[in-house]
Ligand binder design. Structure first.
Ligand code: AMP
Ligand code: MG
Length: 351
């Protein structure tokens, strides 16, 4: 029996570990209607966009149109998406894709390589076997896991930049971009927002947060970091930061319980099971949201020690690790009490 995390608390299903803006009022501006924030379901989560200035309906419309367009290209659950077409052609032929899709897969392969395979976009056979993103998740047998593990290997993704085509070498292989697509979508939404001339905005794609501009001159943004226990909106700490992206991977983002055991959605590509790295969550802070997204999943699988060394080696990235023994570890670029403020006394700062 695997010693997975057992929680004795009844936690509601949380779409993703969340961050929440702590300052709520949109700035006054002249003319037109102010729309403080708007939400929509896409990419398997609730997405909330807050335009603090220039919150015109047509800008929100453009933002959500871009989100839905990306979902239609990148989701493995949409039979018409490029990802589904790549998966259906595994072992048979290469599929020419849209530049958005080629770029995300190219970056996913890059992160697979630098994380030593802890991040692996070919994890789909396992995520589907466990049904972790669906309505009926289950614990498969070891035999079933062992049968699919050889298909999980990012080195068998063949990318041809000339033709912008993607080929999965083995029949049965499949790509799942769930650990990186929200990050890319956040970056793309930010591009729409910036092009529209909006100076201050918060993009929150189910906890994958990207800040645009400064919330107030001379003051940092204050982002509540979702506690790995408890309800959405229960924070264990506050991050004070300039314009950046803040992305969390954690055990309570998406999970199911069976026989009193908590099975979360971040898989070890090596064991074929929910990663048991000793972590409850990892939050990554870095400018590009796609990088933060890929790095948070990578660091979660790697665990506190290896994950921290990994993030320290990446220019411009910082991280906050929460371990099962309720310790919080910060990378060297973050100062406790300044950048990160611990507010839940059941956790302790470990460095
Ligand atoms: P995140 O919340 O960004 O850490 O992404 C987790 C999601 O990415 C899961 O729901 C799976 O769809 C997928 N996934 C799980 N484990 C991995 C992994 N080791 N590498 C890449 N994607 C993964
Ligand atoms: Mg991720």
């Amino acid at each position: 029996m695997r010693n997975l995390l057992v929680f004795f608390m009844a936690a509601a299903f949380l779409p993703l570990a969340g961050c929440e803006r702590l300052s709520r009022q949109p700035a006054p501006f002249g003319g037109g209607a102010t729309v403080p924030s708007q939400s929509a379901f896409a990419l398997n989560t609730v997405n909330t966009i807050t335009l603090y200035d220039e919150g015109y309906p047509h800008i929100y419309h453009a933002v959500f149109a871009r989100l839905h367009e990306l979902e239609g290209k990148l989701s493995m659950f949409d039979a018409d998406s490029y990802v589904s077409r790549i998966n259906a052609a595994a072992g048979v032929e290469a599929v020419q894709v849209h530049p958005d899709v080629f770029y995300v897969i190219e970056r996913a392969v890059f992160y697979a390589e630098i994380s030593g395979g802890a991040f692996d976009p070919t994890i789909a056979p396992l995520t589907m076997l466990w049904g972790i993103t669906g309505d009926a998740p289950r614990v498969p047998s070891q035999q079933e896991i062992d049968g699919l593990l050889p298909l999980v290997n990012w080195r068998n993704i063949e990318l041809d930049p000339e033709t912008q085509s993607v080929f999965l070498r083995e029949h049965g292989m499949a790509i799942d971009l769930g650990a990186i697509a929200k990050g890319y979508a956040a970056d793309e939404v930010a591009a729409v927002i910036r092009r529209a001339g909006v100076p201050r905005a918060m993009i929150d794609l189910g906890g994958n947060v990207l800040l645009v501009g400064a919330i107030e001159e001379g003051r940092p943004w204050r982002i509540g970091l979702q506690s790995p226990f408890g309800e959405r909106g229960a924070f264990f700490g506050i991050l004070q930061t300039e314009e950046t992206s803040v992305v969390t991977s954690g055990v309570n983002e998406r999970y199911f319980t069976a026989g009193g055991i908590h099975y979360h959605h971040i898989f070890s590509p090596f064991s074929g099971r929910p990663a048991e790295s000793g972590l409850l969550s990892v939050t990554i802070i870095t400018g590009v949201s796609m990088d933060a997204d890929a790095l948070s999943t990578s660091a979660f699988v790697l665990g506190q020690e290896r994950g921290r060394a990994f993030i320290e080696g990446i220019n411009g990235a910082q991280a906050i690790f929460v371990t099962e023994d309720m310790s919080v570890y910060l990378t060297s670029g973050l100062t406790a009490g300044v950048d990160f403020i611990l507010i839940d006394s059941s956790f302790r700062l470990a460095n």
